[in-house]
Design a protein around this ligand. Structure first.
Ligand code: TPP
Ligand code: MG
Length: 616
């Protein structure tokens, strides 16, 4: 057998470069690049290996490990999980900085290859700098924190273990059911150890999306269920995108006049103005879709995890409704009181289409849906119109950014009040035009996620909408976007605090406490006013502050003309959000309190819990 003598780190890199993906008949590299922040845990091993292959597999230097992993996650999401990136960090803090990002990837089912440096396998120099030294278990290192948030975890303690570990890693990264983060912990000494690897291990490997056909019995039962329905509603989740089932969904819902509600991850599955698109569903959903959800006799959930935001914490769904769960993962297909239909969305939707024959929902249901949809579209028009005040609402800002966005442009967001406003109000005809990380809703995803999105779609303008809280939590990848020349446009909505949590606190009967900066412990005179424009400019971006929506519209044009990342900041109202649409969200309220407001909130809470119980 022909062999090649490589270090373990060199072998990992060479294997990564051999992985290809076929997209629309074209072969592309599976790994578009490696994000790296070096330290003693990876600079000599992986660092040396990456240095020699820069032309083929670029290494990107970031400023924060969590941020770079957010960029990798956003890249994979934008490309529907078909291409991805790896992230390597030094042993200890560099690597544990990526644990939160691994959780983001895990909950959103997005592939990232994490290569954290690890302490010496030989343990000869122990304890090394940044080794946590677990007192009771010597096999534990800080990288064990990745275990609960990785779909596959291994620690490579001998170079030949790659021969069996890397194929498993690739299986998980490319499998539509298992897909998620993979962590291969890399002890720094083992990274540098040489081994005679068989040449064939590095032969080009082409990955193609595995499409699972539905089981014919499950399909027959599903068809039966649909044929019995008079008032059906389809829920489109992220799985519709990942399966590339857009046109199959369109054909099915157009043929049978099925109203569709989109989840946060599903938004964009149909163009916003498609006749069957009722708007979004759930806690931050459209009034139209939510009214239909409360009345539908059948919910056909396609490719969704059915999280609380989609189901209105279960209190919104008609308790007498049946639920059909079409999902590639049986894990998701059995949720709620669902009847499972396990299979790839694209294949299964077209098989459902063929089998339904001449069935149609009730005419009155179709009419009702059309009417509710028209009403909701008017509501959105009004909410996003500039009212000319000096302290605009998030909704007015969403309107301005949406008007500035072209057909192929993308909005990116993750946490705060904005995800709710955007889910209700943002309009796109581009299937990947709405990029919301609302599985983990991780503050600090936004700016770094915008960078990864831009790297995946360089021809699209990427608008990052971010609150002052999220901006201050993680903004360092603005500097990376400038350094790499991947331009993002960020709009910072400064309402001087955690506006959405303040509103939630009030809804739960609490007084303003520790959310808005004015309600926090500060020095006399209050918290300093952050100059976001000056901050972004200091990181190398172009930046300006505007005072109202009119000025924002003009600034957005300057931002579009810029070839460098551009940050626009404006003061916004912390108290006002869009009241129309939406539904209850289960956030537990204290059973006893000295505050009468809390007791009232508890009573309201219990009434919703009773409704939720009907759907358990
Ligand atoms: C990492 C992280 N920490 C805490 C939270 C809980 N949380 C959700 S939104 C929010 C406030 C966000 O503030 P900002 O970005 O200013 O948006 P706003 O609520 O003002 O719209 C907090 C603390 C979170 N989602 N992520
Ligand atoms: Mg805020």
């Amino acid at each position: 057998m022909n062999t090649v003598r490589l270090t373990m780190a060199q072998a990992v890199v060479r294997y990564m470069m051999a992985q290809k993906v076929e997209i629309d008949g074209e072969l592309k590299p599976m790994f578009a690049g490696v994000w790296a922040i070096f330290g003693h845990g990876n600079v000599a091993g992986l660092g040396e290996a990456l240095y020699h292959v820069q032309d083929e597999l670029p290494t990107y230097r970031a400023h924060n490990e969590q941020g770079m992993a957010h960029a990798a996650i956003a890249y994979a999401k934008t490309l529907n999980r078909r291409q991805m990136m790896a992230c390597t960090a030094s042993a200890g803090p560099g690597s544990t900085n990526m644990v939160t990002a691994a959780a983001v990837a895990h909950v959103n089912r997005l592939p990232v290859l994490f290569l954290p440096g690890d302490t010496f396998a030989t343990r000869m120099p122990d304890p090394v700098l940044q080794q946590v030294e677990n007192f009771h278990d010597h096999t534990l290192t800080s990288n064990d924190c990745f275990k609960p948030v990785s779909r596959f975890f291994d620690r490579i303690t001998r170079p030949e273990q790659l021969l069996t570990s890397l194929p498993q890693a690739m299986r998980v990264l490319t499998d539509p059911v298992e897909c998620g983060p993979v962590t291969l912990a890399m002890p720094q000494d083992v990274q540098t150890m040489a081994y005679d690897y068989p040449e064939h291990f590095f032969a080009e490997k082409v990955h193609r999306l595995r499409r699972q056909s539905p089981d014919q019995q499950e399909l027959a039962a599903a068809i039966e269920l649909i044929r019995q329905s008079r008032k059906p509603l389809v829920v489109a989740g992220g799985g519709v995108h990942y399966s590339g089932a857009l046109s199959e969904l369109d054909t099915l819902v157009s043929t049978y006049h099925l109203p569709v509600g989109e989840t946060q991850a599903g938004k964009g599955a149909l163009p916003w103005d498609h006749e069957q698109n009722m708007g979004t569903i759930g806690v931050t959903g459209a009034a139209s879709t939510n009214a239909l959800t409360a009345e539908a006799d059948l919910i056909i959930a396609v490719g969704t995890r059915l999280g609380d935001f989609a189901s209105g914490s279960r209190a919104m769904i008609n308790p007498d409704a049946r639920l059909l769960c079409l999902n590639v993962a049986s894990f998701d297909a059995v949720k709620h009181k669902g009847q499972p239909l396990v299979g790839d969305a694209r294949l299964t939707l077209s098989q459902v289409q063929w089998a339904l024959g001449d069935w149609q929902p009730d005419g009155a249901w179709i009419e009702k849906a059309a009417q509710l949809r028209a009403e909701w579209n008017k509501t959105v028009d009004i909410a996003t119109t500039d009212r000319g005040t000096n302290l605009p609402t998030d909704a007015e800002v969403v309107g301005a950014v949406n008007r500035a966005a072209g057909e192929k442009d993308i909005v990116v967001c993750a946490a705060g009040g904005l995800p709710g406003e955007l889910q209700k109000l943002w309009r796109t005809r581009f299937d990947r035009g709405y990029h919301m990380e609302y599985g983990y809703s991780c503050m600090g995803y936004e700016l770094a996620g915008g960078l990864g999105t831009k790297m995946a779609k360089p021809d699209s303008e990427v608008f990052v909408m971010v609150g002052d809280g999220s901006y201050l939590m993680l903004n360092s990848e603005i500097a990376t976007s400038v350094m790499l020349g991947h331009k993002i446009i960020a709009v910072v909505l400064d309402n001087r605090g955690f506006g959405c949590i303040h509103r939630l606190q009030q809804f739960c009967g609490g007084p303003g406490f520790n959310n808005l900066l004015d309600d926090c412990l500060t020095v006399e005179g209050g918290a300093p006013k952050t100059d976001f424009a000056a901050h972004a400019a200091a990181l190398g971006a172009r930046a300006e502050k505007v005072n109202n929506i009119e000025e924002l519209e003009a600034a957005l044009q300057r931002a579009k003309a810029s070839n460098v990342s551009y940050v626009i900041t404006l003061d916004t109202d912390p108290l006002l959000d869009t009241k129309e649409g939406g539904s209850w969200w289960d956030v537990a309220v204290p059973e006893v309190s000295e505050r009468s407001e809390v007791e009232e909130a508890r009573k309201r809470y219990e009434s919703y819990k009773a409704r939720q119980w009907q759907n358990m």
